[in-house]
Design a protein around this ligand. Sequence first.
Ligand code: CA
Ligand code: CA
Ligand code: CA
Length: 540
Amino acid sequence: MERKVTSGIMLAFLIIGMLMLASSIQRVKSEPRTWTVDDDGQADFSSIQDAIKAASPGDTVHVKAGTYFENVVVNIAISLVGENKRTTIIDGNTTGTVVYVTVGNVTIRNFTIRNGAIGIQLYFTLGLVTLKENNITNNKLNFWVEGHDQADFMHQIDTSNTVDGKPVYYLVNKHNEEIANEAGYVAVINSTNISVKGLNLMRNGQGILFAFSDNSAIENVNVKNSTYGVFLRRCNKVLVKNSVLENNNYGIYIYKNRNTTIAGNVIVNNTLTGIFMEDYSKHNLFEENTISSNKVGIEFMTSVENVFRHNTLSKNGYGFSIYSSDNRIYLNNFINNTVQVKADFGLFTTARVNIWDDGYPSGGNYWSDYTGVDDKSGPNQDQAGSDGIGDAPYTIDANNKDRYPLMTILDVIAPRISIIFPLNRSEIKSSTIAASWIGSDEASGISHYEIRLDSGSWINVETNTTYAFIGLNDGSHTIEVKAIDNAGNTKQIKVSFTVNTSPLFGPGYMEEAVVTATIIILILGVALYLLKIRKSSFNQ
Ligand SMILES: [Ca+2]
Ligand SMILES: [Ca+2]
Ligand SMILES: [Ca+2]
């Protein structure tokens, strides 16, 4: 009996103990709570950062309207929510990163983020960050997503976020889409068949970021004043074409990419490197790019089996900086770079060997500082007669030689041309069309222009930049102009327009007629009235 009582008491203690333990567990796993911040009112905190310090993962920090001069670091998984994106302002006071996010499972909504060295930076977050309804504006660099693994880039950022008033396009797991509208920032993550066209981007960490994406194209974009104009991370078969990358730190940055084509771009005045490629990037092709006035024109770090041809590298500090082997670099112009090629980094004793010509008679590269002569010909340059190839090799270092340096600048880039009149899709109220255009060519100069109407025969107009067609019928027409440079490269452009010589029945005719008739009736009325007054005064 006594034993039974004892075991009953022990059981009771055990149950009480378990209950206490359960309640303490529940206290640790407390409900997520909301902390309030207001710069001038009754709230938990007056600083956003103080609220984040107090918060636990899963909590919400709710920020009332106001201007917060802070550099906010979001290093725990919280929701940071502004009262209203126009009136809830985080201001970097011209320095630092205004909002710096270092972890995933973070939501940031309804803020204006302005006036910092960097607006928002997502930095190796390794998890989902959701951004909604944020107005990122007037920062030296507005938006920047930095990371290494795919998880660092898998975010949910829709077009309700803007950079300097233009929507942010952050595509994740998308296929067969085109971005051709006004954009403030573009990222394409783990996607295929994406086309980015005709955008002007500036002042971001990257103007355009492609990561883990394949079979896509970036064409006719202009990126300036960014850290990276175009950043390609672990992509395959991406094309960057006919784009202008200027005044960035890096024009194009290529990290571990395969089968990229970089063609026909103008890459100028970038403060570090025009095109930087690294980390075993392979089988990439660079052609017909103009790379000028950068600190370094192009740099290959530990990248193999790439082809660089038909490019012009001019007026860079270093033309080509190469710490890589087994690349082919031929039929390019190296013009007045302070150091044409930097190949010896003195890091390891292993020789770095690249191929600097395309054999004979195709040739090597044009070097503005080549001092050799051209009296001989043949694969060994020992036959009588010149052949446009220097008789002695151009030596870069002991392991890198151009065996067939070209004696003249190679022009492989087509002229530039644009039609000034008529404008594309315009309506002309005349049967005579005096077409005009402008054109230019950097390497060899314009040889002549040709023009044609409605796909008729081409007319050679020599170097004139106007030509008149007469007696055009009403209806749609096309004019095409072709520019041909002295090396035979051509560029052709086309405009479509409508001729309408019958204004009598054109739109607006009825309104004009009504107005004219009303004016005539009024004048007649006044005249008759005046006549009547005169008559009556005469009769008196
Ligand atoms: Ca306030
Ligand atoms: Ca020769
Ligand atoms: Ca040319």
